[in-house]
Design a protein around this ligand. Structure first.
Ligand SMILES: [Zn+2]
Length: 96
């Protein structure tokens, strides 16, 4: 179940399930040209996740909104359908 709060339109990442899988988070690769952000979690939380699409590949981006410079990490590159599956799993608390 996704949590819904008054004033928030985007989903929140729920509590992790005990059987969750850990994603590997890398420093941003960059150099992929135009990146389209397809979906994102609510910006009211310190950590924001985004589903990104760039020239045939897709990945998740995690931004921790720190004072000063935000901390950005990204997953491996996948096909869009794989990345979408990981995105759904994230919103279900099955991966993080
Ligand atoms: Zn929110």
């Amino acid at each position: 179940m996704m949590e819904i709060y008054i004033g928030c339109v985007s989903p929140h990442v729920p509590a992790l399930r005990t059987d969750h899988m850990r994603l590997v988070w890398h420093a941003p690769f960059q150099g992929e040209g135009r990146v389209r952000v397809i979906a994102w979690t609510c910006h009211c939380r310190a950590t924001v996740y985004e589903l990104c699409h760039a020239s045939g590949i897709a990945y998740l981006r995690r931004t921790v909104q720190l004072e000063g410079a935000p901390e950005v990490h990204e997953t491996y590159r996948w096909t869009f359908s794989v990345a979408e599956g990981v995105w759904v799993a994230l919103l279900q608390g099955r991966v993080r």
